[in-house]
Ligand binder design. Structure first.
Ligand code: ADP
Ligand code: GLC
Length: 483
């Protein structure tokens, strides 16, 4: 099967969050299964500075929306999977991927050009495509392009378009006049409801939903949740309308990258049978981050996250301060994003320098160290389409404390001491008291090594391989192609 995958992020090339991990892990697994994934990504400025990534000029030149485009080619490291990099300096030669905090004003054009370039590259190289795999609002416009323009081309005559929704909160609201100018689409349909406009705005995600042959939400839990007013981000009725083509497929982990026995980012390796390395790593991390010469025997809680309201840090107020004040735990935080959370964690670090450390920014090594060496991992999300960090934490015996939503609900089972089951601690209500209760339960477990050993064993044995995810995608693709 030839699968054209285009996404705003790709691990090793350009990453902000889990979208990068999954785009690249899916492609790798599809290749292992004997398929031909072909990836198309913008040539962001950051890609020029990556030591691991080499690329060559393909000589392909296009003009898209009156902009000159040049195509480079690379591969996903350690694979033969082609990654076509779309160079257009006026659109992509800038710092960052999306342009924080509110996104670049021309993200509409930036991602539309990416989508068109993906088809143009396939035409120039004469590659027949079976499946177009679009990810989030950024590349959702691959789907109307397939149905309205490129479907006439023999290369795409039988192609099916699939939209994966990693996060329905981001929808890509664009100004109607701008979009109609550069797409040349007739956005106002006279007789039927416009497939482009939602609430009188151009909505890229909504458009993708309408033109997709199938929609995948990144966990079964999230697939159910987006049908509801609470989690549908205003599109719940639209999702209800398209329920027949909505599927929930749980994300998975690339255990070649996330494995305590050979993780290339950590220095102290360990396994289920021998966890000495975890203890040593914890002491090293505490010493380097909190500067403790003789770390107290307190549990270490970790956070690695994008800073956005989605991640639930608003309920930390009135809970974490108290625990730090009482010297009940160590907290090591890595994250970046919304200023209010950066300010909050900076304040916590300044107030409790012996118990809390905050590192602002993106740091691959520290992310792996925190996930590997902490005792507990905090994820009190307001909503969580899947969540990958709780899955990574499990593999390292770092016990997730999560709110029961979306993919967190699907992957973390609350500990039941009576029968020795469970791989984490879960809570339901989104408030400081519920979080506090969960952390207090964790502190209690921490006092009992037999209980901790059982939970750690359950966690490390939990298994969510990306191979299963990739297989489920392929089964769906096959079904689409035969109907
Ligand atoms: P989301 O995609 O919503 O951010 P996920 O749990 O699915 O959440 O994936 C987050 C990914 O981004 C993980 O690979 C995590 O390790 C990584 N990550 C998040 N914040 C940082 C950071 N500040 N530095 C390094 N990696 C980070
Ligand atoms: C999104 C979601 C996260 C999910 C990731 C990968 O960023 O917020 O829950 O794990 O995409 O699908």
């Amino acid at each position: 099967m030839n699968i054209l995958l285009s996404s705003a992020e790709l691990d090793h090339f350009a990453k902000v969050g889990g979208l990068a991990d999954i785009s690249s892990a899916l492609a790798i697994e599809w290749e292992k299964l004997g398929h031909n994934p072909i990836v198309v990504l913008p040539k962001y400025q950051c890609i020029d500075h990556l030591e691991e990534i080499e690329f060559t000029d393909t000589g392909l030149l296009f003009t898209i929306c009156s902009l000159p485009i040049r195509i480079f080619k690379s591969v996903i490291p350690h694979t033969r999977i082609p990654v076509f990099l779309v160079e257009c300096d006026s659109l992509y030669n800038r710092p960052g991927i999306y342009g924080n905090p509110d996104g670049y004003e021309d993200n509409d054009l930036r991602f539309f050009v990416l989508c068109k370039a993906a088809f143009e590259i396939m035409i120039a190289l004469n590659i027949k495509i079976d499946i177009v795999s679009a990810h989030d609002y950024h590349t959702a416009l691959l789907l109307p392009l397939l149905k309205l323009e490129y479907g006439m081309n023999p290369l795409f005559q039988h192609t099916k378009g699939v939209l994966t929704i990693h996060n329905a909160q981001y929808q890509g609201f664009y100004e109607i006049n701008r979009v109609s100018t550069f797409t040349q689409w007739d956005l106002y349909s006279k007789d039927i409801q416009s497939p482009f406009l939602f609430d009188n705005k151009f909505n890229a995600l909504y458009t993708g939903i309408n033109f997709a042959d199938a929609i995948i939400a990144v966990s079964p839990g999230y697939a159910n949740e987006i049908l509801t007013h609470e989690f549908g981000e205003g599109l719940h009725d639209v999702f209800q309308q398209h329920k027949h083509k909505l599927h929930g497929i749980l994300n998975g982990v690339n255990y070649d990258s996330w494995n305590p026995e050979n993780d290339k980012y950590i220095s102290e390796h360990f396994s289920l049978q021998d966890r000495n390395g975890k203890q040593k790593g914890k002491l090293k991390l505490l010493t380097s981050k909190i500067g403790m010469i003789e770390p107290e025997a307190l549990p270490l809680f970790g956070i690695v996250s994008r800073f956005t309201s989605q991640k639930g840090f608003d309920i930390f107020h009135g809970c974490i301060e108290q625990l730090l004040e009482e010297k009940k735990l160590h907290l090591i935080v890595l994250g970046s994003g919304d200023v209010q959370y950066e300010v909050y964690f900076t304040h916590l670090e300044e107030t409790f320098p012996n118990h809390c450390s905050f590192t602002s920014g993106y740091d691959e090594v520290l992310a792996h160290e925190i996930l590997a060496y902490s005792d507990f991992f905090l994820m009190p999300s307001v909503f969580e389409p899947c969540g990958l960090t709780q899955l990574y934490a499990l593999k390292y015996g770092t016990i997730p404390i999560v709110r029961k939503v979306g993919g967190l609900k699907d992957t973390i089972e609350n500990v039941q001491m009576m029968n020795g089951t469970g791989n984490g601690i879960t809570f339901s209500a989104f408030n400081s008291d519920s979080l506090l209760t969960s952390i207090q339960i964790a502190l209690e477990y921490y006092e009992h090594s037999d209980i901790m050993n059982t939970i750690i064993r359950n966690a490390m044995k939990s298994n969510f391989p990306i191979g299963n995810t990739a297989n489920d995608y392929i089964s769906l693709f096959k079904e689409l192609l035969t109907h």
